[in-house]
Design a protein around this ligand. Structure first.
Ligand code: NAP
Ligand code: MG
Length: 399
């Protein structure tokens, strides 16, 4: 059988620990035998980030801008312990954060469902995708403790020296103070990414903030979404038979729990951080969650939502066979291959991505799974190690 040809490369970003081992096995077993794989390779493993003083991460981000599609393996975000372990000269920043800043993207996370794994919420029948605005708010705050009595003010000085000033609070005792910001340009990018993703996946879009309490800050988010919808997306949404729906964050939470799923929930940065963890846990497992970063100018970066699975890696180093779930990483690859196929008019490549996903579902629904899933599934699934699981998927793929 002739291998599928690719004219434009995918930006391939290798990573760390157990997921780096999975990365190679997935390529060897499930992709290279079938696709004449064309990638521009960047090694984002911690040793290479150290060697290049993290320049490799920026280069990878810029390459995604150039080619439009990237696939990323999980990477270590260094902390004090990692600095020691890897003898780092600096506590390099999170590669995901660096790439997000280059692409100005929005992160969409979607659970992968199986009929025999039941969500904790009984009414959920279809996946719920959380779209998180990954810029500003409390993640770029300025804060300090107030030592005692005194007046806290909010002050803005314009370029021409004009001042805007408001009293926040007249402190009569010690307390805390925090300043946060966001930018119209970033909120607009977020809104565009959400509307485009809804159209691309033909799902309703929900958006929620606390605009009744935050009448300027949160209300600006609501207004920008409303304006863009009216002016740029309404017609396309109506044509696609999908809706845009705005509601207060607390009302949204209640509705999400009562829903059947099957929509995109756009959230401000903090809401998205918290709610995506709740949604993924309630659907089953982080190992069954896809994640894609979409930039406003149409670049896509696919990854797994989980980390480098350190505990399994240490067992692997001791020569043990591990049962690490490769599904989210396989789906990162299929996401990237399918998108490349769509962008290049390469139907064969997109069809291969579909077939590989179908082979994964056939394997899992047939009862052959990794340990983490065996614990969640109905019936009596057969828990196997990673290599046996990949071999079973390959068998289904070749059929
Ligand atoms: P993690 O790698 O997601 O693993 C946490 C635990 O979840 C594992 O110990 C394992 O539980 C379970 N798990 C996660 N993925 C699994 C899979 N594919 N198959 C089976 N079980 C899975 O999170 P972490 O241990 O907090 O972080 C490890 C490293 O990853 C850190 O250095 C962190 O910086 C990095 N990280 C990277 C990303 C990213 O690049 N996107 C995201 C998050 C974290 P059991 O051990 O109980 O089996
Ligand atoms: Mg979180």
């Amino acid at each position: 059988m002739a291998k599928i040809h690719m004219s434009v490369p995918i930006v391939e970003m290798d990573g760390d620990e157990m997921t780096r081992i999975l990365w190679k096995s997935i390529k060897d077993e499930l992709i290279l035998p079938f696709v004449d794989l064309n990638t521009e390779y960047y090694d984002l493993g911690l040793p290479e980030r150290e060697r290049t003083k993290d320049a490799v991460t920026t280069a990878a981000g810029n390459a995604i801008r150039k080619y439009g599609v990237g696939v990323k393996c999980a990477t270590i975000t260094p902390n004090a312990q990692r600095v020691e372990e890897y003898k780092l000269t600096e506590m390099w920043k999170s590669p995901n954060g660096t790439i997000r800043t280059i692409l100005d993207g929005t992160v969409f996370r979607t659970p992968i469902l199986l009929p025999s794994v039941h969500p904790t919420v009984r009414t959920w029948k279809k996946p719920i995708t959380v779209a998180r605005h990954a810029y500003g708010d409390v993640y770029k705050n300025t804060e300090f403790r107030i030592p005692g009595k005194g007046k806290a003010e909010l002050l803005f000085t314009g370029e021409d020296g004009t001042e805007m000033r408001k009293t926040i609070y007249d402190f009569e005792c010690p307390g805390v103070l925090q300043g946060t910001f966001n930018k119209d340009t970033s909120i607009r990018s977020f809104a565009h990414a959400c509307f485009k993703f809804a159209l691309a996946t033909k799902q309703d879009l929900w958006f929620s903030t606390k605009d009744t309490i935050s009448k300027t800050y949160d209300h600006t988010f609501k207004d920008i979404f409303a304006e863009l919808y009216e002016n740029e997306y309404k017609t396309a949404f109506e044509k696609a038979g999908i809706t845009y729906f705005y509601t207060l964050i607390d009302d949204a939470v209640a509705r999400v729990i009562r829903s059947e799923g099957g929509f995109i929930w756009a959230c401000k940065n903090y809401d998205g951080d918290v709610m995506s963890d709740m949604i993924s846990t309630a659907f089953g497992s982080l190992a069954m969650m896809t994640s894609v970063l979409v930039s406003p100018d149409g670049c896509y970066e696919y990854e797994a939502a989980h980390g480098t699975v350190t505990r399994h890696y240490y067992r692997y180093l001791q020569g043990e066979e591990t049962s690490t779930n490769p599904i989210a990483t396989i789906f990162a690859w299929t996401g990237a291959l399918r998108k490349r196929g769509e962008l290049d008019g390469n139907a064969g490549l997109s069809a291969f991505a579909d077939k590989l996903e179908a082979a994964c579902f056939a394997t899992m629904n047939g009862g052959t799974v990794t340990k983490d899933l065996a614990l969640l599934m109905d019936g009596s699934p057969r828990a196997v190690n990673t290599n046996a699981f990949l071999a079973a998927i390959r068998e289904n793929l070749e059929e």
